[in-house]
Design a binder for this molecule. Structure first.
Ligand SMILES: [Zn+2]
Length: 583
């Protein structure tokens, strides 16, 4: 058995979800609770333990036990697999990839040991000058990379590390076939992943003329800047406890703020805050998020980019701005440092205020041109807003007040912009309201209904009913049902595996929804239900064909074409009679 299958069979999804969400029985082996992936007051998050699926009707997140763990813990699929395999007692074949990663962690750990031992007076003097106390040098495991080109290289060689592997890990560099120490005469700060393993280093030059000021390990299979927050292992406890996080830009800013008592501080490693990083904080239960980026242009841009992230809307976000020209790192050396930072937090701007201030900076609000400019900057946030989005509502109120617009005019503007945004994606409303806008979409939904019905049947009857359907419809090439038939054959009519294959498709989310809504009828009823669904589906195929024929009418009318159209209309009528019979 495929380990993924075996794990799914051994582990109860309800049990795993139950560790994060309070679940209540909702009938027929289903459970419901408050969705952990979006804010809600009434439960729309469902778990079907038998099918091993979860789905949220609110935010449309769905999947199996692997997807759940990936999303809630911010893990990669491989990590989720590893964790669940350990829990289920399923042995995974060791993949060469993991072996390689293991080597990279070990090399980084060895390098850190070396840097720690090299810590000297020169580095200590630098730290003292910045006001960093020994306890924090310890907590963040700072070290020193000595000058020269081969100190670490020689050390690693003595430890039996293949040097090309140390190059892959990023602690050594290679140029024209020569391998040498990447970090030289630098204070080194180890960068840890959420599990506390060393994955990279950042080196601050101690030479006043040294370039660049900060040098980082290059990205590697274990070091992906977008997916890490510096200081997270050290900040985790405080973040959990306070349910708040402060995000800054610099590594030394983190160390300084921890020393000042803000142990919930972490740093981004590139300039912008990413969705992956937001998820790391979300899973620690963060409610209040402070973005304390520099007050300069780049910092303000980074703050705005952070606010634009979808996932950030589940936090209460504020932008904390220090007086221009001051970094949190500078505060350690100031008498009033703590006071300054506390004030920055206290006076932090809400998302609404920050956006408005950004949009109006240097703009004359009295001129029509100025108003237009401000609207242009703020409209995207209003156009993308969910209904009853509190930030969007507050922003609207502020715009009306400060720009002196009529409410109707603003609403009209937003509506027009929404229409212009082009065809929207298929939404739950379309699915449930069943008023899809074209024959193609309708066919897709009908196919999904049939597929969902088949997937909810007892596995041992799956083959029989798939064949039953196959004999009664001829789905067009490239469609979902055609792919379903192919997958069923290739997966030897194992419904679990077929479902897995379809989950990876774009329509996967709607399929979850359909699966959660579907309840298999009893056999005598089943055949009738299927016959009706198939009549609707055939009608859908004919209608789609008809739609295309009508399009070619525009290019010229021919008797053949009209004949075909008439035939199709008759076929459509026949199918209608079929599914309307016995109603
Ligand atoms: Zn949800």
């Amino acid at each position: 058995m495929d380990p993924r299958e075996e794990i799914r069979a051994r582990i109860s999804l309800r049990e795993v979800v139950g560790r994060y969400v309070e679940l209540k029985p909702a009938g027929r082996g289903r459970y419901k609770g408050l969705c952990p992936f979006h804010k809600e007051k009434t439960p729309s998050f469902y778990v079907d333990d038998e099918k091993g699926l979860f789905y949220c009707f609110g935010c449309k997140v769905g999947g199996d036990v692997f997807t759940f763990l990936e999303k809630i813990e911010g893990l990669s699929f491989a990590e989720a697999l590893e964790r669940l395999a350990a829990e289920a007692g399923v042995e995974l074949p060791e993949r060469p990839r993991e072996k390689k990663d293991k080597d990279l962690y070990q090399i980084n750990a060895l390098a850190l040991e070396f840097f720690r031992r090299q810590m000297n007076e020169k580095a200590q003097r630098y730290l003292e000058a910045r006001g960093i106390k020994p306890a924090y040098v310890e907590a963040f495991r700072l070290g020193y990379a000595p000058p020269g080109w081969d100190r670490l290289t020689e050390y690693l060689a003595r430890e039996g590390v293949p040097l090309e592997k140390a190059v892959a890990a990023g602690v050594l560099a290679e140029k024209d076939g020569r391998i040498y120490d990447r970090f030289r005469d630098r204070l080194v700060v180890p960068i840890l992943d959420p599990s506390g393993r060393v994955v990279a280093f950042s080196g601050r030059t101690l030479d006043p003329k040294g370039e660049p000021k900060y040098l980082n390990s290059p990205e590697s299979p274990i070091f992906k800047k977008r997916e890490l927050l510096f200081g997270l292992p050290q900040a985790r406890e405080a973040i959990r406890e306070k349910k708040r996080a402060i995000v800054v830009e610099g590594l030394f800013d983190v160390i300084a703020l921890h020393q000042m008592g803000y142990r919930e501080t972490v740093a981004v490693l590139g300039s912008a805050f990413t969705p992956e990083q937001a998820l790391l904080l979300k899973r620690l239960g963060v409610k209040d998020l402070y973005l304390a980026f520099d007050a300069d242009e780049a910092g303000r841009k980074a703050t705005l980019a952070g606010l634009d992230l979808e996932v950030v809307r589940s936090f209460h976000v504020r932008a904390a701005l220090l007086p221009e020209g001051l970094d949190p790192g500078d505060l350690l050396l100031r008498e009033d440092g703590k006071e300054l930072f506390e004030n920055a937090l206290k006076n932090a701007l809400s998302e609404v205020e920050f956006r408005f201030e950004e949009a109006t900076r240097g703009v004359d609000l009295k001129t029509p041109e100025g108003k237009r400019q401000v609207l242009e900057a703020l409209l995207p946030r209003l156009v993308d807003a969910e209904p009853f989005d509190p930030v969007a509502e507050a922003l609207k109120a502020l715009i009306l007040d400060r720009l002196g617009l009529l409410p109707e005019a603003l609403e009209e503007l937003i509506a027009r912009r929404r229409r212009r945004r082009g065809r929207k994606e298929l939404t739950t409303a379309d699915v449930l309201g069943a008023s899809p806008s074209s024959a193609g979409e309708r066919v897709l939904l009908l196919e999904l209904d049939v597929i969902a019905l088949l997937l909810t049947l007892p596995p041992e009857t799956f083959r029989y009913w798939v064949r039953f359907v196959e004999e009664r419809v001829a789905p067009p090439e490239g469609g979902l049902l055609r792919e379903f038939f192919d997958a069923a054959r290739e997966e030897h009519y194992d419904p679990r595996r077929v479902q897995q294959r379809l989950m990876d498709r774009e329509e996967g989310a709607i399929l979850f929804e359909r699966l959660m809504l579907a309840s298999p009828p009893e056999p005598p009823e089943l055949e009738r239900t299927l016959e009706k669904s198939l009549a609707r589906l055939r009608e859908g195929y004919y209608k789609k064909e008809l739609e295309e024929l009508k399009k070619s009418l525009a290019e010229g009318v021919s008797p053949e074409l009209l004949q075909k159209i008439q035939e199709l209309q008759q076929k459509i009528e026949a199918e209608r009679r079929r599914y309307r019979a016995e109603l």
